[in-house]
Design a protein around this ligand. Structure first.
Ligand SMILES: Cc1cc2nc3c(=O)[nH]c(=O)nc-3n(C[C@H](O)[C@H](O)[C@H](O)COP(=O)(O)O)c2cc1C
Ligand code: SF4
Length: 430
């Protein structure tokens, strides 16, 4: 499948992670253009008109968020969220490892737009390669005069700091990220105030995802109309989808928003492996409800996926094939949330443990008849009752799995075995 690449340019230009190669292919020209031709407010306006929405999960309009910064003369910060720990999502990793200068260029333009003098990249601790690539790219940008004082004689000055997290999923939540960046345990903060008003060190702060910021240079170069010519009115532009599961070509694909899910699987990812068919799809990372095979024509844009009962989220598209045991998949994901719950609030801390416990015995063929009711009850006590969205994320897939595959859950309890042929195990040895 031929596809335009404006973000994952590494997929068509070898060694674009190298400064010279990036420059030779127009790299940092958008920065030059922004500094020479635009006032900061005009860049904010351009991004607003492009309709770019945050690619970290919530899809909030980026230019609108930038516009929330109070104009009170206090220092402002840009913080780029490169924590990416959502199961099934691996797009930011490719961007920082293989096209890091595009992120740096996007950060400089974005910082100019919001008039930040310091910007941070919060990099997931496990991404050692990404951290090294970003650190090198930042040094190269300094050496070329794209960072530091008086960038390109514009009078604008910016320093970028690359910070390594310590490997906690909750530190991807923006307020927990800021706590961690300030050197504390990564627990979420109460909102409001939102980071745009009181963020890093209590100052107005914009937190944006890696992919969001990587979109900024091509928008400056090619214009808002170019961006809105793709996708839909409310979901314009490009989105990177990470496709995993038993497809022929798992990987990251850059698609115009509103591309049908079926095309992503069949055309971009090469279809299902021989002998496999789609059982269900998690379209937006492990936190969202599943879609069924009769929903494969759903256009992948924020509104259409929501209407279909799920969310586009971070774009982590996990394709579960017909051999997957839905109980095992649910157990596996709930265990992830149990491990990653920060423990600050009771429904999430206790609820994720309960759900994992119950799922463990159901999967093992040792469940009781009332177990599905317990699972739904615990999920109900989490739903909308937690301090941060991680709680709701922990039940998204499970509740939809029980709704669509109730028979499979019940069969585990009734027959003390897995109808998909998965080995049930002795919990004593688990
Ligand atoms: C538990 C949890 C984990 C998150 N992890 C990430 C992450 O790894 N990367 C990310 O960009 N946003 C993540 N988010 C969303 C951020 O809180 C925030 O909305 C986002 O970074 C804003 O950037 P955007 O507007 O560019 O999407 C997470 C949210 C939650 C609740
Ligand atoms: S919902 Fe979970 S992760 Fe979020 S604050 Fe509560 S315990 Fe922590």
């Amino acid at each position: 499948m031929t596809q335009a690449r404006y973000l994952l340019r590494n997929q068509e230009i070898e060694d674009i992670d190298q400064f010279e190669v990036y420059r030779a292919h127009g790299g940092y020209d958008a920065l030059k253009k922004a500094l020479a031709e635009f006032e900061p407010e005009a860049v904010v306006d351009l991004v607003k008109r492009s309709g770019l929405r945050g690619r970290g999960g919530a899809g909030f309009p980026t230019g609108v968020k930038w516009g929330f910064l109070p104009k009170d003369g206090r220092p402002r910060y840009l913080v780029v969220n490169s924590d990416e720990a959502e199961p099934g999502t691996f797009k930011d990793r490719e961007l920082i490892e293989r096209n890091p200068h595009q992120l740096i260029e996007g950060m400089i333009i974005s910082s100019f737009a919001i008039q930040a003098r310091q910007a941070y990249i919060y990099c997931r601790g496990e991404f050692l390669r990404g951290y090294e690539q970003l650190s090198r790219a930042v040094q190269e940008a300094y050496a070329a005069g794209f960072l530091g004082d008086n960038i390109l004689d514009s009078g604008f000055a910016l320093d970028i700091f690359v910070y390594r997290g310590a490997g906690a999923y909750i530190c991807g939540e923006e307020s927990a990220l800021l706590e961690s960046l300030e050197g504390r345990r990564g627990n979420p903060r109460l909102k409001p105030p939102f980071p745009a008003v009181a963020g890093l060190y209590g100052m107005p702060t914009i937190v944006n995802n890696v992919e969001t910021i990587a979109n900024v240079p091509p928008i400056v170069t090619l214009g808002a109309e170019w961006y809105t010519s793709m996708g839909t009115e409310k979901s314009p532009g490009l989105k990177i989808m990470s496709v995993s599961g038993k497809v022929n070509r798992p990987g990251n694909y850059e698609i115009p928003l509103a591309t049908p899910l079926r095309a992503l699987i069949d055309d971009y990812a090469g279809g299902m492996q021989p002998g496999r068919s789609v059982k269900c799809v998690i379209p937006g990372g492990s936190s969202v409800p599943l879609l069924m095979p009769d929903q494969l024509d759903t256009p992948l844009d924020y509104e259409s996926v929501l209407q279909a009962g799920s969310m586009l989220g971070s774009g982590g598209c996990i394709v579960l094939d017909d051999t997957v045991c839905i109980v095992k998949a649910s157990h596996r994901l709930v265990k992830f949330y149990r491990e990653e719950s920060c423990g600050k609030c009771t429904p999430c801390r206790e609820g994720t443990y309960w759900m994992a416990d119950v799922l463990e015995r159901v999967e093992a063929g040792m469940g009781d008849e009332g177990d599905l009711a317990i699972l739904m009850d615990v999920a109900d006590n989490i739903n909308g009752k937690c301090f941060c969205p991680l709680g709701d994320a922990s039940i998204g897939f499970l509740v939809s799995a029980i709704r669509h595959f109730r028979d499979e859950f019940e069969a585990h309890v009734r027959e003390h075995s897995c109808p998909m042929g998965e080995k049930v195990y002795d919990t004593a040895n688990y």
